[in-house]
Design a protein. Structure first.
Length: 255
């Protein structure tokens, strides 16, 4: 059966039900919930170096904050930030839960997609954290997995929960022969699964994904070969009797 996800701290019945919508019921299910992509937050740039459509991390000081309540259920907060090479606008929509985490004069780190607006470069609803000299323990930087979501689940929750599950699980059993791994230069299964959740770089992530894709195709091919072998073994073919009835059939023809 495996260890249920409710074994993890912070995963109660409500969140367990949300995870079940992703077919995740056990810690192993969590480990096999593979990312659909990544956010590469290792890419950093100064404001003067920005170009449209770039997904990047910038570090800048908040110079001005403007909050506007447009309608009862709709508000906007604009930040003007600067880093010594230029300025840009950061926009948050409905910032109810984040406006108290931001203050004028604070040096922040923002990650998001750059767009060219009327007043210059802009970033909308980025993820952010307070910039500090020691970022060794931050979950902000690095290459972060993007998981499929369901209901009210968030990326931060899944990243934390998957990491905890992997720490508790024993190594995943290898299911490919060593000769195959060596011939096709494939990762060990355990290393591949763990690498996909926390790759050092995108090249390693691609290598791990290649390993698991090979495993899937290899398994399908073996199943097809097995089915073909069973079909050939059990098939009776066309059954002929020992009696030759050819002449009888020919003599009965009307011409």
């Amino acid at each position: 059966m495996g260890i249920p996800v409710t074994f993890l701290k912070g995963v109660k019945s409500k969140r367990a039900a949300m995870l079940e919508a992703l077919d995740v019921r056990t810690l192993e299910d969590l480990a096999l919930l593979l990312p659909r992509g990544y956010e590469d937050r290792t890419k950093t740039a100064r404001i003067a170096e920005l170009v449209p459509e770039l997904e990047v991390t910038i570090t800048a000081r908040i110079m001005r904050m403007d909050f506007r309540q447009i309608r009862r259920n709709f508000s906007v907060m604009n930040l003007r930030v600067a880093d010594g090479t230029g300025e840009m606008i950061i926009t948050f929509y409905n910032p109810k839960y984040i406006k108290n985490r931001l203050e004028k004069g604070a040096v922040m780190r923002f990650f998001g997609k750059i767009v060219k607006g009327y007043y210059g470069f802009e970033m909308t609803n980025p993820v952010f954290e307070v910039a500090s000299q020691d970022n060794t323990n931050t979950q902000f930087t690095g290459i972060l997995p993007i998981y499929p979501l369901a209901q009210e689940l968030t990326q931060n929750f899944l990243r934390k929960t998957v990491k905890e599950a992997l720490a508790l699980l024993p190594p995943f059993q290898e299911n490919l022969p060593g000769a195959i791994l060596q011939k096709y230069n494939l990762m060990d299964r355990d290393i591949a699964i763990r690498t996909l959740h926390a790759p050092d770089n995108l090249e390693k992530a691609a290598e791990a994904r290649r390993r698991l894709a090979f495993e899937e195709l290899f398994t399908v091919q073996l199943m097809l070969m097995l089915m073909r072998g069973n079909y050939n073994k059990d098939g009776l073919g066309i059954h002929f009797t020992g009696q030759d009835q050819t002449q009888t059939m020919i003599s009965g023809l009307p011409f």
